[in-house]
Design a protein. Structure first.
Length: 302
């Protein structure tokens, strides 16, 4: 089943410059207090007008190693595509407070639909290691979906190698967390007429406007061209990004990128956009059905 492969996979959608690319392993919200950290506390007694102080004895405790995990489907339900191999993305998150190794397994229904591969960064022999609070995308590849009689369902399960069971159960020097240290999520590929219909497929439209130095709209040397990209998502769409190369004969105008009207920096930092020297790239992540996102940026004609 190719369980030892270390790779990244994701279902792709492309429309002109739009592509759904796999997002690298993301950093989740701050984790709990790390296992093994010593918490110390001393109180102070203040006496009289001279503010004489008397310290209490110190009390300490060591944070226990909590083992847990969460799994979520990136898109819980979407139409089947008319392809031989369907790729379904999930996210696995370490919700414990120490690095853990997790065993991954996947199953699919109905009969005839089979799991052919699990793909994730760092996947080795069906296992991944996640730091406390870290999450990682796992893609389940399926065969036989388009020949199935109805909807296809795929379930991904992650189980902590340290152990799992009832919350609070000791496992060596660790304790099982509230989720039981084993979690599953499922995604449904609904039966339609085959490939996504035009009305259900994401779209990308592009327009431009020109402002010349003399106040006209003539495309002369020194004129500023503003590009507007509008991406529409009729259905839930995972891992969306827009890439737009700067055209020959122009130069990028620094600081001109906006996403839904919000200014974006040119550097690869916390916001969605960056300019890499040749193209504007905007990573927008997973988009819900009905969403519309608008990107603008400018170039100057040489």
């Amino acid at each position: 089943m190719g369980m030892g492969r270390t790779t990244r996979g994701s279902r792709h959608f492309a429309a002109t410059a739009l592509a759904c690319a796999l997002v690298p392993a993301s950093q989740a919200a701050a984790a709990s207090t790390p296992a093994g950290q010593v918490i110390r506390n001393v109180a102070t007694l203040t006496l009289g007008t001279q503010q004489q102080q008397v310290a209490s004895n110190e009390v300490t405790l060591t944070v226990a190693h909590v083992v847990d995990v969460a799994v979520a489907a990136v898109v819980a339900s979407r139409p089947q595509a008319d392809v031989a191999r369907e790729e379904v993305p999930f996210v696995v998150r370490n919700t414990g407070n120490a690095a853990e190794r997790y065993r991954l397994s996947a199953a699919a229904t109905p009969a005839g639909v089979s799991v052919v591969e699990l793909a994730a960064e760092g996947l080795t022999d069906g296992e991944i290691v996640l730091a406390a609070g870290e999450e990682r995308r796992v893609t389940v590849a399926l065969a036989g979906v388009r020949d199935a009689a109805g909807d296809a369902t795929v379930t991904l399960t992650a189980t902590a190698a340290t152990g799992h069971g009832a919350p609070g159960t000791p496992v060596g020097d660790a304790v099982i967390g509230a989720g039981g240290a084993s979690a599953s999520a499922r995604a449904v590929l609904t039966r339609g007429t085959g490939a996504l219909s035009p009305g259900a497929a994401p779209t990308l439209s592009k327009s431009q406007s020109v402002a010349a130095p003399d106040g006209s709209a003539r495309p002369v040397s020194g004129a500023i061209v503003t590009y507007r990209l509008e991406a529409a998502f009729p259905v839930d769409t995972p891992a969306v990004s827009i890439d737009d190369a700067i055209p020959a004969g122009t130069v990028f105008v620094p600081g001109s990128v906006t996403l839904d009207g919000a200014a974006q920096s040119d550097a690869a930092d916390a916001d969605a956009a960056r300019f890499d020297g040749t193209a504007v790239r905007v990573a927008m992540g997973d988009q819900p059905g009905g969403a519309t996102r608008i990107v603008r940026f400018q170039v100057r004609i040489k």
